[in-house]
Ligand binder design. Sequence first.
Ligand code: PLP
Length: 374
Amino acid sequence: MIYLDNSATTKIDPLVLEAMLPYLQEEYGNPSSKYYLLAENAKKAVSVAREQVAALIGCHPDEIIFTSGATESNNFIIKGIIDHYSSSSNLIITTKVEHPSVLETCNYLQTKEVKVNYLDVDNYGRINADQLHSLIKINKPVLVSAIWGNNEIGSLNPIKELATVCKQAGVFFHSDATQVIGKLPVNMTDIPGLCFLSLSAHKLCGPKGIGAAIIRKQSDEIYTKITPLLHGGGQENNYRSGTLAVHNIVGFGKAAEIAMKQLTDNQRKLLDLESYLSDILSSTLGDKVYFNHDNSDKIPGILSVQFKGVNNELLLKKLSPYAALSSGSACSSSKPSHVLSAIGMTSEEIRQTIRFSLSPHTLPSDLDFFKSLR
Ligand code: PLP
């Protein structure tokens, strides 16, 4: 079977697994313990992983708070900021195409008297800096949260411009970069207004159950203030107490290191693969296929394709013995996509859409299967 659902999750890289195994076996020390070698080894392994993840996204290792994944990071950052600053402002600005872990967090906060403004997106799922600037001028929020690259259609927001608008207005800016890291260059140091980032390891051939929330320091010493997620022994700069999952952290670090080394090659491979697949679909099905995105400005390897006149659920079931695909996000596959609806697609068009998400490990010959589609 061909696996083409890499935006849902990816297969763990064998080198990542190899790096993790000792920390599930003989290297079982707790990195918060002291004086003996097992603890020191665990502490060192976590510190190396922190540097590997920091190198991938251009932040300082101390700015990384390991979490269980991007869902937790999004919850933590948004709730943590609102909790800490609610006396100054209780408004959040976000977009209509965020991952459910942002949207549902905002929905929850609305039940606690927090106000949320949802920015409309263009036909390709993007917001722009002028639109954000105009809204902020009318009503200053405490936080803006905008997804970097969309998990369903791959569209990219102009994160640097949005961060500049937020910085000038003195507003915190958070972005969910889960689908972008390892596929496009990310350098937080180049984007001074970007205060928070959410990441996940299992989208880049790392293990499930580990991710990170990045909280940028405002100066050498001062962290942006945000209410801790878990109170306890003070791990992760007091933000998320609890014994660290050393094996998962080591796996995340290794996956980040590999992704960093292979970034340029992988980008090229993904672009070649997606153009190969688009050509196959277009030449096999002609005007029965339509691509829902702007090919020049998106995450490489994500294709959102309408199959005109075909019910996507029936097609997915029919293809399931041969190809693993999804209609959109794995998190909300039972509901019609809020992302496709926000870009103006009708419910009929949404019911005809399938997401292909490729991996650098996908082979062109895997994609030849789609030549048999009629
Ligand atoms: N944000 C985006 C954009 C995603 O695509 C996903 C996963 O699908 C998440 C957040 C949630 O990530 P995790 O599975 O690590 O909680």
